[in-house]
Ligand binder design. Sequence first.
Ligand SMILES: C[S@@+](CC[C@H](N)C(=O)[O-])C[C@H]1O[C@@H](n2cnc3c(N)ncnc32)[C@H](O)[C@@H]1O
Length: 387
Amino acid sequence: MTDPASERRRMAAVLSNKGVLKSPWLRGAVEAVPREQFLHPGVFLDEGRTWRPVTALGTDPDDWLKIAYSVDTLTTQLDGHLTADQTGEPVAGVPTSSSTDPTTVVGMIEALDLTADHRVLEIGTGTGYSTALMCHYLGEDNVTTVEVDPQVAARADAALETAGHSTWTVTGDGLLGHPHRAPYDRVIATCAVRRIPYTWIRQTKPGGLVLATVGSWPWGTGLAKLTVGEDGTAEGTIIGRSSFMQARAQAVTPVAGDLSARTAYADSERTALVSPLALDEWMPAFLAQLAAPGAQFVCAARSDGSPLRYLFDPERESFAEFLADGESWTVRQGGPVALWDDVERALVAWQDNGSPGIEAVRLRVTDRSHLYWIDSGPLLRWEHRLA
Ligand SMILES: C[S@@+](CC[C@H](N)C(=O)[O-])C[C@H]1O[C@@H](n2cnc3c(N)ncnc32)[C@H](O)[C@@H]1O
């Protein structure tokens, strides 16, 4: 029979060989925290179009441990309510809670540059596994974790108790932080946000860090690491690619239905200077979200199979529709914001400046705005104002 402790050591070795796990204390935590206890009542395994429910109770213990210590994201909830014990059959659905891939979790915790006396606020408790890793080092009193879904929070709280941590598990909207236990040295979000809430910065000590994934698309999102200044602003860089489920209050409702009705009236039509297929790539997609923050990218096909691409900004009632025309693309734009003009300008400026990677992007957050910029070019600057 497989020994869970040896599975944990194996996983720690994998993470260490990948260059993700570096700190001895975190290695100790990975080798000590029983991930399988945080997956109750079970997980959904990705089968392409459907999710296969697997519960601890109905599975051979060795197989269950193999799943628990796979270096992979394990989805624990679909569509905001469904857990693996509630269905015997593979189901379709959208993941709404999970134990994130340990590579990501450990990488993010390493990026927090923790010392043993730090007080941490975590947004998006999920299973509580990442919370437990931090509690192992900081102690339960120094970790506050906020989960929006009451059932998910209750399961995580129970798992944390079982693992020996009576953590401050708060049920609520993490976008508000948790002022009652502020100030914190570190804020870490394990869900993505379109905009970093100023509450997180306000609740962080000067010199403290905020670490969160920014963006609203399923790809083309980046991990922002910001240092909070004495003046109440925060500044830093995008330290790499990162992908997370959206914070529920900021989640985007996907554009669906009759797309031809949305694009019926165009104000302009021209040949695109850049192919919209560029947006399939991570960095161009990130730039598109900076240049057109409310826009969604939609991929579709005509009945003859030829590709169709769209940008929609439902709030601004604006669209760009792309029609393949041999090697080139025609873009039709409608509404008050010429979405593709904005995105294309960003992409051209980025290419003209040597196509720097996502790590070149800097971000400054104040109570009024997010300012993103890349030092290499004056046109590589995007300000999103709240007021
Ligand atoms: C990817 S999971 C968290 C992973 C978790 N830290 C782990 O590795 O075990 C994201 C979680 O964020 C939660 N969430 C989404 N929006 C939230 C919000 N506004 N406030 C707090 N939690 C939120 C979801 O319910 C979900 O459980």
